[in-house]
Design a binder for this molecule. Structure first.
Ligand code: 5GP
Ligand code: MG
Length: 179
């Protein structure tokens, strides 16, 4: 178990890179099967946290698809601010499209709830939620989380795209706060 320091906090390995990659391959298999009859799926990746997940997952996707990146922030430091901003960067029309949202982590569910509502205003055919990490113990939402690559506890995690005050995104393993 590797222990690392980011800013003032210590973190220890929670999920090693090879295990993450195995789960991503399994998730992709499920998506390839579920999406095979959809016409040109649009993956909407939520920056910054989901860049690594998006990149690794999409290498396994075999159906025709397009990719868009959006930005929408709700998290500052190690505690959710609970405030979600608007969707930035979505220049494509999504009317009638089959959408799959790619998120880094679903915690309270506020972010995906807001994003889902904003997207539905543009009348897509469907919106599915696909997240790298899901914290069921923190989830307060009513929307189904259609695809969760991995489920974790309530503790704060970093690595594999996720940051602690902007540090740690480049780490290929997932780490959890070590107190
Ligand atoms: P929610 O709106 O579901 O409460 O929070 C979702 C957002 O909070 C995620 O997209 C992510 O940016 C951030 N977040 C939630 N939990 C964690 C965590 O354990 N670590 C990090 N780095 N970010 C988190
Ligand atoms: Mg996020």
């Amino acid at each position: 178990m590797e222990r690392i320091r980011l800013h003032d906090k210590y973190f220890k390995t929670l999920i090693p890179a090879d295990e993450i990659q195995k789960h991503i391959a399994l998730l992709a298999e499920k998506l390839n099967n579920d999406l095979k009859n959809e016409e040109k799926v649009l993956f909407i990746s939520v920056l910054n946290g989901s860049f690594m997940f998006t990149s690794d997952l999409l290498k396994h996707i075999k159906v025709d698809c397009e990719l868009a990146f959006v930005k929408l922030t709700s998290y500052h430091g190690a505690k959710s601010s609970g405030k979600v901003d608007n969707v930035m960067g979505l220049n494509t029309s999504i009317k009638g499209r089959s959408i799959v949202i790619l998120e880094d982590i679903v915690d309270t569910g506020l972010t995906i709830q807001t994003l889902n509502e904003l997207l539905l205003m543009q009348q897509p055919k469907s919106v599915k939620i696909c997240t790298f990490l899901f914290k069921p113990d923190c989830y307060k939402g009513s929307l189904p989380v259609d695809y969760a690559c991995m489920t974790i506890g309530a503790d704060f995690v970093v690595g594999y795209g996720l940051d602690y005050d902007q540090l740690g995104r480049q780490l290929p393993d997932l780490y959890v706060l070590d107190e």
